[in-house]
Design a protein around this ligand. Structure first.
Ligand code: IPE
Ligand code: IPE
Ligand code: MG
Length: 249
């Protein structure tokens, strides 16, 4: 008789205080290109490897109880890259989204997108809508993918919406406060961003979550995103839990 031992993926959450898990984590998924270059491979190979890392880290965050994970996948400035690289990224996004049902079958993660997605091709926009729809019943973490996202662009759009609401008489000028404005941003109704992670050695925001970063804790690492492990994520959360957050008080 044959016995099959089912492989159960063990998620090591030890040492994390479950009562103080960051509610909303932002990750600048950086270093894909350098990772590939060091291996003598094209940058697109690094981007592909980065998607695998995202799957692992999203599962980990979901397992430890993070409510929302916003990942920076493509900035409003990334259009400045070569047509070849932009094309490879668009193909990668599209390809992944077309297999989303299979990918998310055993995941309770809910997808959401932030950014000016209207700039993408029709087929990519349809794939985005489809991905949101097929994962909409997920009762786990929200995975918010920032694509053609820029923090300044987000704030300008919100300012325009607020001005429009005033001109229509829907709200008074005094009615526009931080709470109202926050609801005009892509992150409306998501928890406050508690922790922002940037791998690959760079220590800047590069236009990521400018408004939301107001009181977020930062965590940097030299590891390139494709090599970023669950252990690194765990370390970031533990370091976060050891910070003293005063919010100016
Ligand atoms: C991040 O990796 C992914 C995107 C910006 C799309 P990079 O492509 O910026 O990789 P590096 O920083 O050049 O190594
Ligand atoms: C930020 O990384 C954008 C993403 C990770 C999607 P970049 O690689 O584009 O940022 P800079 O150019 O190093 O500031
Ligand atoms: Mg980069």
């Amino acid at each position: 008789m044959l016995f099959f031992k089912k492989k159960i993926k063990h998620i090591d959450t030890g040492d994390i205080d479950p009562s103080r898990v960051p509610q909303h984590v932002g990750i600048i998924m950086d270093g894909n290109g350098r990772w590939a270059k060091r291996r003598g491979m094209p940058r697109s190979v690094g981007h592909k490897a980065g998607v695998d890392t995202l799957e692992r880290i999203a599962d980990y965050c979901n397992a430890v109880g993070v409510k929302a994970l916003t990942v920076y996948a493509f900035s409003t400035e990334n259009w400045k890259r070569s047509a070849e690289e932009v094309g490879a990224l668009m193909n990668l996004f599209y390809h992944y989204l077309t297999i989303i049902e299979e990918k998310f079958r055993n995941r309770n993660i809910k997808l959401r997108f932030s950014g000016d997605t209207a700039a993408f091709s029709d087929k990519l926009q349809k794939a985005i809508d489809h991905a949101v729809e097929v994962t909409s019943s997920g009762d786990g973490m929200i995975l918010n993918v920032a694509m053609n996202y820029g923090g300044r662009d987000e704030i300008v759009r919100a300012a325009r919406s607020a001005a429009d609401a005033v001109s229509r008489g829907e709200i008074t000028l005094e009615g526009i406060d931080e709470e109202y404005f926050g609801k005009l941003l892509y992150t409306a109704n998501l928890p406050e961003v508690d922790l922002i992670i940037r791998p690959s050695g760079e220590q800047r925001l590069s236009n990521f979550l400018l408004w939301q970063a107001a009181y977020a804790e930062f965590w940097y690492s030299d590891i390139c995103w494709p090599d970023f492990s669950e252990q690194d994520m765990k370390q970031a959360i533990i370091d976060y839990q050891n910070r003293s957050r005063r919010f100016g008080a």
